[in-house]
Design a protein. Structure first.
Length: 480
């Protein structure tokens, strides 16, 4: 009974296990054995970790049931590579009297002490090889990160396979995505734009019907790409920024840090596509009843037209705030149109450009240089604590000296992030036709613009009212 396995097959072509299949079948034919059934084949499945190997378990079940006399494998480390699986294999074969034959090795009989010893020794050698390889890889990765080098892996979106050169069309899509997200666009919206443009992820699904095809973008995949420090020309290792990388960034550091701050905000909406509602003011405007101020949400009514209702109306009577008066329950379309018209009119005024003036913008290059100096001081402090100095620092003194440096670095990174925040009004104010530019914005970006400019309170209009009254939509402009 042949068992075939290869740890990694990102191409999905199965060439590694096919070579094992040829050698195993040749061994079976040369010995004059009969093939019990089709070989167990686990492609792209590591035997060193904790991930389940269902076909290996099926092989053990077949051995226990007496359905096989000999297990054939290319080598022992293709069959087992950790103590847990090795023990399970030995016990199953010992109890059932099953031999193990290897294409690259000798036959082993688990029913004898010598056979079990051989399996244990070869298995321990394989485990030692895994441990040594892992140590070498960790050391190489740490050294490469400290030097700002890239040591391989899956191709990053926006870069060539060597990780050093920029792919211009993908880089342009990345820059647009950063700007869009900072201007209020959702990650799902960016994913839809990338999919329409024909971009795909670097991941190839190789475990189901779409073998070898590239995967389309989803919101969570876009988030991982935008949070990648390499896009700002930074080298990270185990979640820590080590310094400048040896490749150029697609965006500047302030833009990347601003995006990271935004996407890491716990208050950011993370629900489904309708979490904020399908209507412009849903989840944005407030109930205008004095003492309430709850968010309004969009919904249907008996007449089939969308309406805005105060969220407190969804609560049980004993859970609602004890506020006298009528909570908002009104048609959505007139309020949406009125607020849109007012915003467009405000941004069309001659003094609208005054809204873009920012007198507090930080000097990003100077901040970056200051952060580099502080990180160098941190590294020197760590070396002194770790024994690099003649008299290493005591732990308490090390912590006391490290804390203010870390605090300063975090403060500088926050100021760099603030400098990268996109002014959500810029594209509208600078447009020749503000109304046309407003119409082209997605619902989420309109909400972001409104959030910068004003607070909207919707008041009840009274039962049976058919005339729109502007005074029932209160717009409170925010200071800029």
């Amino acid at each position: 009974m042949p068992y075939l396995r290869i740890s990694s097959d990102r191409s999905g072509e199965g060439l590694g296990v096919e070579r094992q299949r040829v050698d195993c079948l040749a061994l079976i034919e040369g010995r004059g054995w009969t093939l019990a059934r089709a070989p167990f084949c686990e492609n792209d499945a590591s035997a060193a970790g904790r991930k389940p190997r269902p076909l290996f378990r099926a092989l053990l079940d077949l051995v226990r049931s007496g359905g096989v006399d000999v297990i054939v494998a290319w080598s022992l480390d293709r069959l087992v590579r950790n103590a847990r699986d090795r023990l399970a294999l030995v016990e199953a074969c010992r109890d059932a009297g099953v031999m193990i034959a290897l294409c690259r090795g000798s036959d082993m009989d688990p029913t004898t002490p010598a056979g079990r010893l051989a399996i244990d020794v070869l298995g321990s050698v394989a485990q030692h090889e895994i441990d040594q390889k892992a140590d070498r890889q960790r050391s190489a990765a740490q050294q490469a990160a400290e030097n700002g080098r890239w040591i391989g892996g899956r191709r990053a979106f926006g870069y060539t396979a060597d990780g050093l050169s920029i792919v211009e069309d993908e880089a342009a899509a990345l820059r647009d995505a950063y700007a869009a997200v900072l201007a209020g666009e959702t990650l799902r919206g960016v994913a839809r734009q990338w999919n329409r443009a024909g971009f795909t992820t670097a991941q190839r699904p190789y475990r189901h019907a779409h073998l070898g095809e590239r995967s389309p973008w989803r919101g969570d995949a876009v988030r991982r790409v935008l949070l990648n420090p390499r896009n700002a020309g930074l080298r990270a290792h185990k979640g820590e920024i080590m310094g400048q990388a040896c490749w150029d960034g697609v965006v500047d550091e302030s833009t990347w840090r601003a995006t990271r701050t935004l996407l890491s905000d716990s208050a950011r909406t993370t629900g489904g596509p309708t979490a904020m509602g399908k209507h412009f003011l849903s989840g944005v405007a407030l109930c205008g009843l004095d003492g309430c101020g709850a968010l309004v949400h969009g919904g249907g009514a008996s007449h089939g037209k969308p309406v805005y209702r105060c969220r407190t109306t969804q609560l049980l009577p004993d859970q609602r705030p004890d506020v006298p008066g009528t909570h908002v329950n009104r048609l959505a379309a007139p309020a949406d149109q009125y607020v849109s018209d007012v915003v467009v009119a405000r941004l069309s005024r001659p003094d609208a450009r005054d809204l873009l003036v920012d007198h507090k913008r930080a000097d990003v290059p100077a901040l970056r240089e200051e952060a580099t100096v502080l990180r160098a001081r941190l590294d020197a402090l760590a070396a002194e604590f770790g024994g690099g100095a003649e008299e290493p620092l005591p732990p308490r003194e090390y912590r006391a000296m490290r804390a203010p440096l870390v605090e300063k670095i975090e403060s500088i990174e926050g100021r760099i992030a603030d400098a990268g925040m996109v002014d959500k009004l810029g594209a509208l104010v600078r447009a020749d036709d503000v109304a046309a530019a407003w119409d082209e914005l997605t619902r989420d970006r309109r909400r972001a613009v409104l959030d910068v400019l004003a607070e909207v309170r919707l008041h009840a209009v009274g039962r049976g009212s058919r005339t729109f009254r502007p005074e029932t939509v209160e717009i409170i402009w925010k200071a800029r």
